[in-house]
Structure formats: structure tokens, C-alpha cells
Design a protein around this ligand. Structure first.
Ligand SMILES: CC(C)(COP(=O)(O)OP(=O)(O)OC[C@H]1O[C@@H](n2cnc3c(N)ncnc32)[C@H](O)[C@@H]1OP(=O)(O)O)[C@@H](O)C(=O)NCCC(=O)NCCSC(=O)c1cc(O)c2ccccc2c1O
Length: 144
């Protein structure tokens, strides 16, 4: 790692039998579930909730607005994966997470999730809202 490059968050995952298809490979849709697991672990480690209620009763949270993945090599039953998560882009009301998946030293998959920060009054549709400053600081710390 070079000086000044982002520090990725790491999440370990072993492929379970129930996640494979007839060929014994990871069913592609499960890769997004792995990204979500790693994302949840990252948010927990930063102490950022996925859903919270402000004092004025407004609910805030992080709906995903965009998802993408590339499967580069077959991922198989019982493979032990390291999923690295980095903050690729931080904007006033959205954050882009970048995922890189390794099997030992081998790059097997990668992808992105974009989360919008929203606010919703009870009974009203959700709308984009600025990411609270304390949360922005926590994300920025990972980009340093
Ligand atoms: C999320 C939206 C309400 C945003 O629409 P809005 O018009 O208010 O704002 P913007 O269009 O400016 O978007 C804000 C922000 O996100 C970026 N963005 C939006 N869409 C995309 C996209 N398709 N691809 C890439 N980027 C996108 C946009 O560029 C802005 O970024 P900046 O920071 O650059 O300004 C609206 O998009 C919407 O309703 N989308 C549907 C989302 C959805 O249904 N997701 C899946 C399930 S819902 C969910 O997960 C969820 C989670 C919660 O934690 C909640 C908490 C409380 C209430 C509800 C929740 C909820 O439903």
C-alpha cells in the first residue's frame, strides 16, 4: 500500500453449499448479498446505523440506488473469500462503495454499490438528504 492510498475494510466469507448452483459455482446473485454483508460489517465497524429516527420524528437511512458486479473467475463451494470495501466517492447525499473480492491472492470479482442518504417523514415519500457531518467524517477517514 502506498502512502496516501485508501485503507480498505476487509470482510472474510466462505462460500456455503446453499449459495452454489448445479455446477458447484457461486450463483451470481449471491455476490450482491456478499457485498451487502461486507457493507453492513463496514457500517457496524464505523458505528453508522442503517436506519435512525431523528428527534423531530423524521426517519433516515441508506437505500441502495445503484448496484453492479463483475464476475472474473468462477467462485466455488467452500472457497474462502476476502471482500475488500473502499469508499470510492463521497458526495453530499450519496456514497459509492467499491468491492474487490480475492481468493487468496487471486482477484475473482469486483463491484460497486451506491447508497443515497434519505430522510422520510411518516407517510411521506423518501427524499435525498445531506449525509450528517459526523458520518461524512467517518467515511472520509477511510479515504485518507
Ligand atoms: C433515493 C431517492 C429518494 C433519491 O431521489 P431524490 O429525487 O430525492 O434525490 P436524487 O435523485 O438527487 O438522488 C440522491 C443521490 O443519489 C444519487 N442517485 C439516485 N439515484 C441514482 C441511481 N439510480 N444511480 C446512481 N446514483 C443515483 C444521486 O446522484 C444523488 O447523489 P448526490 O450525492 O450526488 O447528489 C430515489 O432515488 C429513490 O426513491 N430510489 C429508490 C431506492 C430504492 O427503492 N432502494 C431499494 C430499497 S428501499 C431501502 O433500501 C430503504 C432503506 C432505508 O434505510 C430506508 C429508511 C427510511 C425510509 C425508507 C428506507 C428505504 O426504503
Amino acid at each position: 500500500m502506498t502512502e496516501g492510498s485508501p485503507v480498505p475494510f476487509r470482510h472474510a466469507r466462505r462460500v456455503a453449499f446453499s449459495e452454489t448452483d448445479l455446477t458447484g459455482c457461486l450463483h451470481f446473485a449471491n455476490l450482491l448479498r456478499y457485498f451487502e454483508e461486507a457493507e453492513q460489517a463496514l457500517f457496524r465497524s464505523l458505528g453508522i446505523p442503517m436506519l435512525w429516527r431523528r428527534d423531530d420524528g423524521v426517519e433516515q437511512g441508506w437505500p441502495r440506488v445503484s448496484a453492479a458486479c463483475d464476475l472474473l473467475l468462477p467462485i466455488q463451494l467452500a472457497d474462502e473469500l476476502q471482500i475488500e470495501v473502499a469508499i470510492e466517492r463521497l458526495r453530499p447525499s450519496s456514497v459509492m462503495l467499491q468491492f474487490t473480492v480475492f481468493r487468496r491472492e487471486e482477484l475473482v470479482a469486483r463491484g460497486r454499490l451506491r447508497l443515497a442518504c434519505i430522510a422520510a417523514r411518516p407517510g411521506q415519500p423518501m427524499r435525498a438528504a445531506p449525509i450528517p457531518e459526523d458520518m461524512q467524517q467517518k467515511f472520509r477517514a477511510l479515504m485518507a
